[in-house]
Design a protein around this ligand. Structure first.
Ligand code: TYD
Length: 424
């Protein structure tokens, strides 16, 4: 017996492809000299064959529609197919099903090349043992399922968002499971014979493997000297990770919880000039202890990717280096605060502290640490470099003098490959 099999439709079930479809229809309309359709019309292009839609919705002749399809495909196969995003929670669902021993495949009306490229681009292809594709999305789902359904499967499911998926599943003798977060309505799915309905990807995992546990997410930190551009890059990285279907949450240190935010106020208050280095290090650690327990551990346990603006490395660099407490003493002070909660990966925005301070002093009023003399910031920078040389594998070091877009691209590629590596 070959166990439990789960087949997924692609568009509307694993990925949300409308951006690419809309852009390609607009491109084809423009190139053919037709007015660019509005969004309500563009929506109608999701699902049915293009030849039909170009005639029906844009008023083309059949010959024009064939030409328009060619133009559409020219853009789709190069850029359009990647203007696509994985639904939030799909990655956790696939990981959980794989972890529970389910075997998976993709059944779609899309051409095989595009399907493979999309799954590979988003790092999902490794989850699937089989891919069954055809040029015509409509009538053939039953045959597409039969083509990859092993005869000795004990149990099999077809998961999809449209009636064709439910009808095809029923005809092929597998359990049809409808998802309502895609393009079809619950009514459409029920009428077409859906045996079960899921409103989120996670519900799919729970229906197919009752009692399944959410796989852990990941904890990532972003570090850099003052003025290195962390906040901007955290925003850009978040958008990219969400396109890949990761569920991202943010936090920052010192802070991230009400208690830790109060400690932050004490730490950054320029009126607290008499604070000694030991008090400072202990307060950062105290705020961190609360943050780790109240925010970081629960988020990771709930399958999220937690992006933290500064973490333990900041203490090592600022209090260990800047305040001269030394790396080992700062690590010892922080041990009870963090335990084994350390980032899977740390992005370090590498910028000469002098450039950072120039940028910073233009931008805003300086807090107690930023207002320190230049030597302090030089020691902070040296502290970071020492940490990186002790454990280079944990860091993605990115030159923060490059353009915003270039920095974002480097960070995204390093972070995505580390996250995907951790998924299997
Ligand atoms: P913040 O305004 O968050 O600075 P930034 O925008 O540069 O991240 O202030 C945090 C300040 O606290 C920053 O100067 C670095 C410092 N800091 C430490 O000295 N030790 C620590 O452990 C942490 C987390 C921050």
């Amino acid at each position: 017996m070959s166990g439990k099999w789960v087949f997924f439709d692609l568009d509307g079930t694993l990925t949300q492809s409308e951006e690419g479809i809309f852009n390609c229809v607009k491109y084809a309309a423009e190139r053919m000299g037709f007015p660019v359709p509005e969004e309500a019309v563009l929506r109608k292009f999701i699902g049915p064959p293009l030849i039909h839609s170009f005639q029906e919705y844009l008023g083309m002749t059949e010959a024009q529609a064939w030409k328009a399809q060619e133009v559409y495909r020219e853009r789709y196969t190069t850029v359009g197919k990647f203007e696509n995003q994985v639904y939030p929670g799909v990655r956790s669902m696939l990981r959980a099903l794989a972890g529970a021993g389910a075997r998976m495949g993709v059944v779609t009306g899309k051409p095989e090349n595009s399907t493979r490229d999309i799954l590979a681009h988003f790092g999902l292809i490794g989850f699937f043992e089989g891919i069954s594709c055809a040029a015509d999305a409509r009538a053939e789902k039953e045959h597409l399922i039969r083509a990859i359904l092993p005869e000795d499967a004990e149990e099999a499911w077809m998961v999809g968002d449209r009636r064709f998926d439910m009808e095809g599943g029923t005809a092929a003798g597998v359990h049809p499971l409808g998802v309502t977060y895609g393009y079809g309505s619950e009514e459409e799915l029920r009428t077409a014979g859906a045996e079960r309905i899921a409103h989120t990807p996670w519900e799919v995992a729970e229906i197919i493997c009752p009692g399944v546990r959410k796989p852990a997410g990941a904890f990532l930190s972003v570090e850099g000297t003052d003025g290195s551009g962390k906040s901007t890059q955290i925003g850009l990285l978040t958008r990219t990770l969400e396109k890949y279907g990761f569920e991202v949450v943010h936090s920052r240190e010192p802070g991230g919880t009400p208690i830790a935010e109060k400690i932050r106020e004490i730490l950054l208050d320029r009126g607290n000039g008499e604070m000694c280095a030991e008090t400072e290090a202990l307060l950062y650690a105290a705020a961190r202890a609360q943050h780790v327990r109240e925010v970081i551990r629960p988020a990771v346990a709930a399958g999220k990717v937690l992006l933290c603006d500064r973490f333990l490395d900041s203490s090592v660099a600022y209090q260990g280096g800047g305040r001269r407490l030394g790396v080992d003493r700062v690590l010892a002070i922080n041990e009870p605060a963090v335990g084994d909660t350390l980032p899977l990966m740390t992005v370090y925005l590498d910028l000469d502290h002098r450039i950072g301070l120039q940028r910073r002093s233009r931008a805003a009023e300086l807090d107690r640490l930023e207002a320190e003399e230049e030597d302090f910031h030089a020691r902070v920078e040296a502290g970071y470099h020492e940490l990186i040389s002790r454990n280079p594998a944990r860091y993605a070091v990115v030159d923060a003098r490059m353009s915003r877009e270039e920095i974002a691209e480097r960070i995204a590629s390093a972070v995505l490959s580390r996250l995907m590596e951790a998924e299997h």
